[in-house]
Design a protein. Structure first.
Length: 220
């Protein structure tokens, strides 16, 4: 049975459209040009950070985040950046008695923002910077398994990426859900792995409560 649900952050809970737009502005690149290159890099199976290097070969994301913060433009997201289905889905899952967590590749600053947004909604918030391990490193999912009070097979990991989310979570023994939104899921949706790996393929987080209830009913 599924007893816990752990969510990725970017393009799962948070719509990153505005944030990547600000990165295009920071680079001095038209937003549509930046987004086109972003999609091309993902479609080629490359690390999304290589998008920045296409425009500035010496670009270092961590250094540039610091420069943006010093210039008064730190990374930020808020209530308005959450996907519309997030709050209701979390509330319904909580009402269903499920343990809830958020764990993704995020900075310490992003972790603070997440705690401000979701402190009353979930049982745990963890980030790659907190844990010293980033997806798809298996160590990240070992951390998830350590902090969630259930066995890996009882922990559903929800994400938008086959490569960073589904593949390593399945390798760690966890059921998974692939939500179809954002650039990665849109590009990867019809791939063989996207069809075979996830326990659930969903168009919205609103589908999760019923999907999990049906799965658990069949497991009894």
């Amino acid at each position: 049975m599924i007893r816990a649900v752990v969510f990725d952050v970017g393009e799962c809970l948070v719509d990153e459209t505005r944030e990547y737009g600000t990165w295009a502005d920071w680079l001095g690149v038209p937003r549509h040009t930046f987004h086109a290159m972003f999609g091309a890099v993902i479609a080629q199976g490359r690390d999304y950070r290589e998008t920045f290097q296409e425009f500035r070969p010496d670009f270092d994301l961590y250094e540039e985040r610091e420069k943006r913060a010093e210039a008064g433009f730190p990374e930020w997201f808020g209530e308005g950046d959450l996907y519309p289905d997030v709050r209701a889905a979390l509330a319904q899952l909580r009402e269903g008695g499920l343990w809830l967590g958020i764990a993704g590749n995020q900075t310490v600053r992003a972790g603070r923002i997440l705690r401000e947004l979701f402190a009353q909604d979930v049982d745990l918030i963890g980030t790659s910077d907190d844990w010293g391990a980033s997806k798809p490193d298996p160590l990240f999912f070992e951390r998830v398994a350590e902090v969630v009070p259930f066995e890996p097979g009882e922990i559903l990991y929800v994400g938008d990426r086959v490569d960073n989310d589904l593949r390593p979570a399945v390798a760690a023994g966890m059921p998974t859900a692939l939500v179809r939104r954002g650039p990665w899921a849109t590009i990867q949706w019809d791939s063989e792995e996207a069809r075979k790996l996830p326990t659930f393929r969903i168009e919205s987080l609103a589908e999760l409560p019923d999907a999990i209830a049906g799965f658990n009913a069949g497991a009894r």
